[in-house]
Write a new protein. Structure first.
Length: 150
C-alpha cells in the first residue's frame, strides 16, 4: 500500500470515528517527517464550537481506534479548524451560508483565479457568491482551496 492510499484509509476510519462521537472531520493534513507519518486532524461539532477538552478526548479516542483496527502508527494532533476554517466539501459551504469566503481556483472564473464574496447559495455542485452586488457561480470542481474570512 502506497503512502497516499494509507492516508486515504486513515481518513475514512478517522471520519467514521468522529461521526460516531458527534463530530465532523473538517480536514486531515498529513506529512512525513523523519520517516514517520504525522496527521493533523481538524475536527468540529456540526453546530460549531469544539473545546480543548474535546480535542484531548478525540486525540486519545482516535489513537485507540487506530490501534484497535491495526492501522499504521502515526503522530497525531487534533485541533479546531479555527475561525477561518477551510471549506472543502459542499456541506462546508452550506454550513457557511451568509459568511464571506475566498476561493482559490484551479481554473479561471470570470477571468480570475481567486474569487471572494458572501456565500449566498450552494446548489448542483456550484457555490454562488455575492461579489459587490453581483451573483457569481463558482463550480466546486474549480475550487482548489477555500476558507471563510473573518
Amino acid at each position: 500500500m502506497d503512502r497516499s492510499e494509507s492516508v486515504r484509509q486513515l481518513e475514512t476510519v478517522i471520519e467514521a470515528y468522529l461521526s460516531s462521537e458527534g463530530f465532523v472531520l473538517v480536514e486531515l493534513l498529513s506529512r512525513y517527517q523523519s520517516g514517520g507519518l504525522i496527521l493533523c486532524v481538524l475536527a468540529d461539532k456540526p453546530a460549531g464550537g469544539i473545546t480543548m477538552d474535546d480535542c484531548a478526548k478525540l486525540n486519545l479516542g482516535i489513537r485507540n481506534h487506530l490501534e484497535e483496527n491495526k492501522l499504521p502508527d502515526c503522530a497525531l494532533e487534533v485541533s479546531s479548524p479555527g475561525l477561518d476554517r477551510p471549506l472543502k466539501k459542499e456541506k462546508d459551504f452550506i454550513r457557511s451560508l451568509g459568511k464571506k469566503a475566498v476561493c482559490y481556483l484551479n481554473d479561471t472564473v470570470e477571468g480570475a483565479l481567486q474569487q471572494e464574496g458572501v456565500i449566498i447559495k450552494v446548489a448542483e455542485g456550484t457555490v454562488f457568491i455575492d461579489k459587490a452586488g453581483i451573483t457569481l457561480g463558482v463550480p466546486l470542481a474549480k475550487i482548489a482551496k477555500a476558507k471563510t474570512i473573518i
